[in-house]
Ligand binder design. Structure first.
Ligand SMILES: Cc1cc2nc3c(=O)[nH]c(=O)nc-3n(C[C@H](O)[C@H](O)[C@H](O)COP(=O)(O)OP(=O)(O)OC[C@H]3O[C@@H](n4cnc5c(N)ncnc54)[C@H](O)[C@@H]3O)c2cc1C
Length: 468
């Protein structure tokens, strides 16, 4: 029986079932799930966020926090509770004196690119899809096509404004609330409070070139073998690259180079000699803004159902693993598009110690993501097959990989309700204990909890078991 909550404690735009926009307002990017929240509040300012926190706290209302709606497992949605949506917090100012920006946490990556693109001067190392919210990206780490040059997105975050579990507004940075600042950079969204603004160190990119290469699917073992040995260890950290192998038979790689096209071509020559592509290589100069447009086009922009998981790779995958990937990709289930995507690490992100922020997987060679998408959310067979396919390949690759990226959330790694807390070690590695201590300081009553949240530190007597 749904609870009949009193919403008079909320300020901002409140949407209830029956409201004409309710269905679109409750829909996230991954349409694999349909959730029916009791209400959504679209906060228009920080005070609305404070009121929402005080409201759920005082009345014991279950809730989730949402920004860009791109959580893989819809961790920003729930049935029968309140969705605190901060996507309207989009105020942004740039300070040319310090090359910094103060931005509302509700901005999407596209809005950030537009803001910086207009200046024709600044860039920022975010991810590659426009619709994704910066709130989620920046709390989990933030990987993208200039990561080897500038590090993770969190490495350029100077200060974070957050509404705490008691409804106060705090600022966390290198001098104030330093433990919280550490945790909010890699600890993942929704664990410590509601982030409402970021101060970011902007970067400048004088020259940029991209490349695009493709091969027949049969060349996967040799192409992948070369890429995984060389792309992450390239001394020239100005190049970040990705490699994608899909069940439609495509095998392609793209990269961003912060330099001239001619230098980029030189850099690629050994790979081209080792794995000659049948088609001419595309290399061209682009502005940073146009490179975001280019890479954004690789993503399916429409909401659709999918199951995806990720893992970090610390040592090159052996031939047996490459053979397993090839077999899986070439035997995708009917009506399911399956992919494996990889992005090179190393460079600037590996310069930062793994304990310097909550993101612990900085020494990985590369990250991989695999999964299946299908077109019709009502096609149960396709959905089940996509989930099975993803689980099976992840299980096969488990012995060759380590951990998982908190921003590629996968409920198969464990959840509070199942009592399996393996996800903590997978996401945070050696940083789990410190994250739990900080959680105990900032949210001792565990107000901010969800299926894969960080539990507060267990009381001393019960330290042997993890409790949510
Ligand atoms: C198509 C696609 C492409 C992607 N590409 C990249 C990429 O290139 N690089 C990369 O690093 N990641 C990428 N991701 C992963 C992405 O970083 C995560 O899914 C991220 O969590 C999404 O954030 P969001 O705000 O859009 O999502 P939401 O679903 O709104 O939120 C995600 C999580 O953060 C919490 N949260 C949201 N807002 C707040 C807030 N203000 N305060 C506290 N907690 C909050 C939510 O409760 C939830 O747990 C991609 C995801 C998708 C679906």
């Amino acid at each position: 029986m749904p609870q009949d909550w009193d919403w008079s404690c909320l300020t901002g735009k409140v949407v209830l079932p029956g409201n004409p926009s309710y269905n679109s307002d409750r829909t996230n990017y991954n349409t694999r799930f349909t959730r029916a929240p009791s209400a959504l509040v679209f906060c228009q300012n920080v005070e609305d966020v404070q009121n929402a926190v005080k409201c759920v706290r005082a009345r014991g209302i279950p809730f989730r926090v949402r920004s860009g709606r791109h959580s893989y497992e819809e961790l920003s949605l729930m049935d029968e509770g309140l969705i605190i949506d901060i996507s309207s917090l989009t105020a942004a100012t740039i300070d040319p004196a310090t090359d910094t920006a103060r931005v509302g946490a509700g901005l999407s990556q596209q809005a950030m690119w537009n803001l910086l693109g207009e200046t024709q001067k600044y860039a920022f190392p975010l991810g590659t899809m426009g619709g994704v919210g910066i709130a989620g990206v920046l709390q989990g780490g933030g990987i993208g096509m200039i990561t080897r040059a500038f590090g993770l997105a969190i490495d350029q975050v100077l200060s974070i404004q957050m509404v705490t579990a008691s409804g106060d507004v705090v600022e966390a940075n290198a001098t104030s609330n330093t433990d919280l600042f550490w945790a909010l950079r890699g600890g993942g969204g929704g664990n410590f409070g509601i982030v409402t603004a970021f101060t970011l160190q902007l970067v400048r990119i004088p020259k940029l070139a991209i490349y695009a290469l493709s091969w027949p699917a049969s060349r996967f073992p040799s192409v992948m073998s070369y890429w995984q040995h060389h792309a992450p260890t390239l001394r020239d950290r100005r190049l970040t690259s990705q490699l994608t192998f899909s069940s439609d038979g495509s095998l392609h790689s793209e990269g961003v180079y912060l330099g001239d096209p001619e230098e980029l071509r030189e850099l690629l020559l050994p790979w081209l000699a080792s794995c000659p592509p049948p088609h001419p290589i595309r290399i061209e100069s682009l502005s940073w803004f146009m490179s975001t447009v280019y890479f954004n086009s690789f993503d399916n922009q429409c909401d659709h159902p999918f199951k995806t998981t990720g893992a970090f790779v610390y040592q090159p995958l052996p031939d047996a693993a490459l053979a397993s990937i090839q077999k899986a990709i070439t035997s995708a289930p009917p009506r399911v598009s399956c992919d494996i995507w990889m992005q090179s690490f190393g460079g600037a992100m590996a310069d930062v110690p793994s304990s310097a922020t909550a993101f612990s997987h900085r020494q990985a060679r590369f990250i991989l993501e695999l999964g299946g998408t299908w077109q019709d959310p009502n096609d149960m067979d396709a959905g089940q097959n996509a989930v099975q396919w993803t689980r099976a390949l992840r299980t096969t690759l488990r012995e060759y990989t380590e951990g998982s990226y908190v921003n590629f959330a996968d409920l198969d790694l464990g959840s509070r309700s199942s009592g399996n807390f393996d996800y903590l070690g997978m996401y945070y590695g050696d940083n789990v204990a410190r994250l739990r201590t900080i959680k105990s300081t900032w949210d001792p009553s565990n107000l901010f909890h969800f299926e894969q949240s960080i539990p507060p530190q267990a009381p001393t007597r019960a330290r042997l078991t993890v409790s949510g």
